[in-house]
Structure formats: structure tokens, C-alpha cells
Design a protein around this ligand. Structure first.
Ligand code: HEC
Length: 123
């Protein structure tokens, strides 16, 4: 390979990497927020993560899910193969579409507010 080919190959490689990264970011399938809420409550995610995804101390502590910053793939991976104390959900229990709906639901939640938003804490 001469120098020009090396540079061209490196550029192509970078383009492939960038393409893969941006495709990943856009990969979250369309989700139904209302159905996601139903599944979130029915499958008892709320017992550990809270009714509005505020997190909890029942088993874990279970992290905040409201307005999650996780990409969809990471979100689904945790549900299929949890890293630690969380129970696993196979696709017989929860389809990928159910997970996409839950993802849309928790994304739609506002998440924790800053203490500055509560006047009584700023007296
Ligand atoms: C028995 C308690 C429990 C239940 C029920 C539960 N989780 Fe979890 N979840 C946890 C704990 C604890 C963690 C921290 C990681 C671990 O222990 O695997 C976690 C982590 C997560 C994470 C990773 C969050 C992050 O920011 O790292 C996601 C996403 C998640 N849970 C989604 C769900 C969904 C969706 C359901 C319902 C289908 C669910 N969980 C049910 C306890 C629970």
C-alpha cells in the first residue's frame, strides 16, 4: 500500500466507524409511551424503579430510569442480561417491542429536578 492508499483506507475506516456510531444512536425503534407505561406497571418494573422511574431502594438500589441517557441497545441489554441484582426478562415475557415501548415511556418522564426548583429549599 502506498501513502495515498493508506490515507484513503484510514478515511474509509473512520467513515465506517462514524456511520456505525450514528446508526446506533438512531436505532431506538419507535415506541408507544402509553403501552410502555402499562407494561412497566404490569411487569413490576415499578416495584424497584418507582412508578415514575424515580429509582428506589427495594433491591439494589435500583437506578433512576426517568429520562434515561442509556442508548436503546444498552437499555435492552440490561433487561435481557442484567449486570447484577435485577431479574432478567426473556423475550417470552417481554418482546423487543415491549422494551421499545418502556424505553419511550421512561424517556418521556421528566427525571429528577434540581433542588433549586423548590423555593422552600432556597430560603
Ligand atoms: C427486583 C428489582 C428490579 C426489578 C423488578 C426491575 N429492576 Fe431494573 N434494575 C434493578 C437494579 C438493582 C439495577 C442495577 C443493576 C443490576 O443490579 O442489575 C437495575 C438496572 C436497570 C437498568 C439500567 C439503568 C442504568 O441507568 O444503569 C434498566 C434500564 C432497568 N433496570 C430496567 C428495568 C425494567 C424495564 C424493568 C421491568 C421490565 C426492571 N428494570 C425491573 C432492579 C430491578
Amino acid at each position: 500500500m502506498n501513502m495515498v492508499e493508506v490515507v484513503a483506507a484510514a478515511g474509509l475506516f473512520a467513515a465506517v466507524l462514524l456511520g456505525a456510531a450514528s446508526a446506533g444512536a438512531q436505532d431506538a425503534p419507535a415506541g408507544d409511551v402509553a403501552h410502555g407505561k402499562v407494561v412497566f406497571l404490569k411487569e413490576a418494573c415499578f416495584t424497584c424503579h418507582g412508578r415514575v422511574g424515580e429509582g428506589g431502594g427495594y433491591e439494589g438500589p435500583a437506578p433512576v430510569l426517568a429520562h434515561t441517557a442509556l442508548p436503546f441497545d444498552g437499555f435492552r441489554a440490561q433487561i435481557r442480561n442484567p449486570v447484577n441484582d435485577m431479574p432478567a426478562y426473556s423475550d417470552a415475557v417481554l418482546s423487543d417491542q415491549d422494551i421499545a415501548d418502556i424505553y419511550a415511556f421512561v424517556k418521556s418522564l421528566p427525571g429528577p429536578r434540581s433542588p433549586k426548583d423548590f423555593p422552600i429549599l432556597n430560603n
